[in-house]
Design a protein around this ligand. Sequence first.
Ligand SMILES: *Cc1c(COP(=O)(O)O)cnc(C)c1O
Length: 360
Amino acid sequence: MKRVYNFSAGPAVLPEEVLQEAAAEMMDYQGTGMSVMEMSHRSKAYEKIIQEAEADLRELMNIPDNYKVLFLQGGASQQFAMIPMNLMKNGVADYIVTGQWAKKAYQEACLYGKANKIASSEDETFSYIPDCSDLPISEDADYVYICENNTIYGTKYKTLPNTKGKTLVSDVSSCFLSEPVDVTKYGVIYGGVQKNVGPAGVVIVIIREDLITEDVLPGTPTMLRYKIHADNDSLYNTPPAYGIYICGKVFKWLKKQGGLEAMKAHNEKKAKILYDFLDQSKLFKGTVRPQDRSLMNVPFVTGDADLDAKFVKEATAAGFVNLKGHRTVGGMRASIYNAMPIEGVEKLVAFMKDFEEKNA
Ligand SMILES: *Cc1c(COP(=O)(O)O)cnc(C)c1O
């Protein structure tokens, strides 16, 4: 068996320990004589899996009791619709557009009400986070929406926007559990888990209870109402059961690593290795304004498309895979999520140094 260093933006690398545990439990989960995939989601064994997953997530993120944790499907993209359908009581929301995913969320919200684009960094290919200290927040906005870590462009909010008292809704798909967060600053925190938490197919929504009401836009399907899922503890219908089980294992792994403070330190150390190299390299350069750099997604270019392609090809052959950048940025992108070991980044940098010498 040969494992590669997988720098994919998502679905992405998972902790090897978690994969090994899942493999060991594949044929017989804890004496049940079956795999978790084959198990009723209403069984005692599964009840314990989902309840423990929620309890461990609550502990990791220090989630207050007045927030619900929902395990849903439809990916992060489904939340682009679910959020306005459930939260647009006045039919108005403000969006800060810092990348492709924020833009898609904004466009989706336009289908349901008055969505205002109150700031954007599209003028410079989303390479920075706009100043959000004094934005023209709408008087009657139901919420202010951000994408906290921009997976494609490699930017991250270092301070949350001043929402002037309005509810903050944040897509944290690509920075989920990468560092501690103060949940009380948000109305909704959500993310697809396939970037930093688990396998594709699960989206986790952490939502303040007062935002969960029957008062949703007319025609909102039952499956897209937060209240239905909250009232049924994410078991209104069959949940993405196996995916939740793997997420639960990742939560336990994170606790064993020392929790989110420890992950933050680990992620900062890892990202610094790569950014320090980029900052002194004569061949490679980062594409993001330094103060807005993400710890999770690191885009970089040589400035020459042919050389970029050559680098990606040679890196792949050397076992550093999925380094090709998003088509809108070009170049390369190294996603270095929680489960990417530090030696993966050290070896990548050594490979980049070597490539630089040979191609200078
Ligand atoms: C990947 C991603 C999405 C889209 O996720 P899906 O689960 O594929 O719908 C949305 N937001 C961010 C920040 C992402 O990285």
